[in-house]
Ligand binder design. Structure first.
Ligand SMILES: *Cc1c(COP(=O)(O)O)cnc(C)c1O
Length: 374
């Protein structure tokens, strides 16, 4: 019917010729992994870029999440959101922790702080919220609750790379924040991830844990894992930092274009960005009110595919609907009315740094004019 397929995302790569000198250095060094020079340089550059004090890079975001829970010795029950990528809850499962799902708010789609206290039991040790779509959680209120009950706060910040709130990194809230640099994210190191922490001792502990627990040649202090980032990815990450601002600026102008073209359409709700937030638009979600729009989200999703536009139903199904978690009392849909509703209405439209304005216009024209009805 139409020409080329527009996929929901496409990774942004730096110019190949600029990567070659980095590779030549690695070939000269013959240092491929285990805290090499690029790894060290990359952690410094990344901390400076993000405006955080301590960061430890990982081979991927999921291992960073799993290790973060180990680093703080989290056990028992952890309060979390069902409206996220499965890795958030899987990291709890891998640590033998029982996830307790709490519903989300209807505007920014993050865990609803007003519903957290009712989910706390004597076994609760931490809260693991997610800054979904890069929208900062209500970090002040979450911290207030955590302080009252003596809980740790570990943010899954996989969507929040470079997101700022009131002028500072959103990763400066909570005990730990976890990033993902997977190919599909705003900023990628092919695969990769990181833990941001607030003090040097915690960083040292995290660094031990990602390297089998080795303190020195002969001392293993506890069963760590192998989650180190290698030199090729660290070098690539270092080069990517030179381009990430341009990636983010492109996303911002595409989001503006989407906003202006979709705003007036009956039954379509665009995502709001809270005041004081510097957003990066890792995703471009819209909500479909089937009654007002005249089609359900699923009908639109499949219809767009016929016109070569491939959105994604992030996050549908909810994590709490997957077989592993479905049986938990907190996974009951009666406990999660907002998340259930949002997951039925949301669709993420194509969004990536190299998406063209023409493609955005074409997508919006399809949504507005519904040519399939003619
Ligand atoms: C991508 C993502 C992860 C997993 O990161 P990987 O680097 O792919 O392991 C975890 N949580 C959320 C919310 C994500 O979007």
């Amino acid at each position: 019917m139409m020409s080329k397929k527009i996929l929901v995302t496409q990774p942004a790569l730096p110019p190949l010729e600029e990567f070659i000198p980095y590779l030549e250095k690695i070939w000269d060094n013959k240092w491929l992994t285990n805290n090499g020079p690029f790894h060290e340089q990359f952690e410094k550059e990344l901390a400076a870029y993000l405006g955080v004090k301590y960061i430890s890079v990982f081979s991927n975001g999921t291992l960073a999440l799993i290790t973060a829970l180990q680093a703080l010795r989290i056990t028992g029950e952890v309060i979390t959101t069902p409206f996220s990528f499965v890795a958030t809850t899987h990291s709890l499962w891998w640590n033998n922790i029982k996830p307790v799902f709490v519903d989300i708010d209807n505007k920014y789609y993050n865990i609803d702080p007003a519903k957290i206290e009712a989910a706390i039991t004597p076994r609760t040790t931490a809260i693991m919220p997610v800054h979904v779509y890069g929208n900062p959680c209500d970090v002040e209120e979450i911290q207030r609750i955590a302080d009252v009950y003596g809980l740790r706060v570990i943010y899954d910040a996989a969507h929040a790379f470079a997101v700022k709130k009131d002028g500072q990194s959103v990763m400066n809230w909570g005990d730990l924040s976890i990033l993902s640099f997977h190919a599909t994210k705003v900023y990628n190191t092919i695969e990769g991830g990181a833990i941001v922490c607030q003090d040097e001792k915690t960083k040292q502990r995290i660094d031990l844990l990602k390297n089998f627990g080795f303190r020195n040649e002969t001392t293993v202090i506890e069963p760590g894992i192998n989650a180190k980032m290698n030199e090729l990815q660290a070098a690539y990450g270092s080069l990517q930092l030179k381009y990430v601002d341009s990636y983010i600026n492109n996303r911002l102008s595409l989001a503006q274009l989407y906003n202006s073209l979709l705003k007036g359409i009956a039954g379509i709700t665009i995502m709001e960005v809270a005041e004081g937030v510097e957003h990066t638009y890792p995703y471009y979600p819209i909500r479909i009110n089937a009654k007002e729009y005249g089609m359900t989200r699923d009908e639109l999703y499949f219809k767009l595919q016929e016109y070569d536009v491939f959105g994604r139903r992030y996050f549908y199904p909810l994590i709490s609907d997957f077989p592993t978690y479905k049986g938990l009392p907190s996974a009951n849909t009666a406990n999660l009315p907002v998340a259930t509703q949002v997951s039925k209405e949301i669709i993420c439209l194509p969004m990536y740094a190299n998406l063209s304005a023409e493609d955005v216009k074409r997508i919006c024209e399809l949504i507005e004019n519904k040519p399939w009805q003619k």
